[in-house]
Design a protein around this ligand. Sequence first.
Ligand code: SF4
Length: 382
Amino acid sequence: MDRAASGALVTGIEREMQESLLETGAFAGVEDIYEKVLAGERLNREDGMRLYETDNLLALGFMANLVRERINGSNAYFVKNYYLNYSNICELDCKFCSFYRKEGEDGAFLMSLDQIFETVRADKENITEMHMVGGLHNGLPYDYYLNLLRGIKKIDPRIHIKAFTAVEIDFFARLYGLSIEKVLLDLKEAGLDAMPGGGAEIFSERVRAKMFADKIGADQWIHVIKTAHKVGIPSNATMLYGHMERVDERVDHLIRLREVQDETKGFFAFIPLAYHPHMEDSTQWATGIDNLKSIAVSRLMLDNFPHIKAYWISMGPKVAQISLGFGADDLDGTVRDERVFRMAGASTETALTKKQLVKLIKDAGRIPIERDALYHTLESFA
Ligand code: SF4
């Protein structure tokens, strides 16, 4: 085991050095939280709010990095993945979403199963994981989704399929008159391996009422995710930040996720998603500092999550790289063809190669690990 991968293996001398840092004043304003982190104590709501509000960014990063190294050593993961959005036709119209279109509207699309299979066939050597999400399309038969999963597994059973947010699962259950559990079991049987963490946005009824009033709320999102974990479908979890949410709402979101994880242990990774506003002159967007803080605070608050992912499509590869020293241990992957953030105006690259990801990670002083969807090591670049 990597020595730094276990807090228990931190030597007495290192511990003394860590404790002596308190006397330098480096943790001004958050000394008591640093002491808790050193002792491995769980942080509370007030701690989370103070961490978001502190200007002592380096102290915050140092603390998050301590926890990151306890859990994941110096490893930084990536995966060869393909983001496929099968359709953007959606019956909802969430205010923050630039991705959705109504049927027949300019820019609306729906991929046929043949088109999807052709895409997978053409690139299967470069795909370990398929990530698939779409709008809530009320004109598709249930078989479209089941055959989508079966078809990909038939092309290459090695490909791990991570698909459908809790919002989509809830939609399928309502549209086809089935229980959440039945939908999940059917999809699992057809080839669904895991679920992405999207759709949670932020667990605040105040924000939901203003930005995505018709979308399922926190309780139903959690119900779907808990059911998925119960039937053996693991998932990620996300939080959309940098819009109208308050700091206390961010912390409440993290604490609710932490409670679910205590119960199910079904989450792999937490992924903070930086909001991309529609308006070019909007002042509501997540800055680089906010991105780093969100990574660090989530690493510190989500003590039971194995991984914190810096999604480079949302925050840009350079900030994502720096975040590997602020608590993140995963850069997502090669991605390719992602449209949700692109249509929201993200100006980051559309894909990164394996070589580029390895370089980003090595230059951050970390060990690049190509993983599969379950975080098994496929190749280490130590
Ligand atoms: S966020 Fe999802 S549910 Fe909401 S409008 Fe966009 S695609 Fe539809």
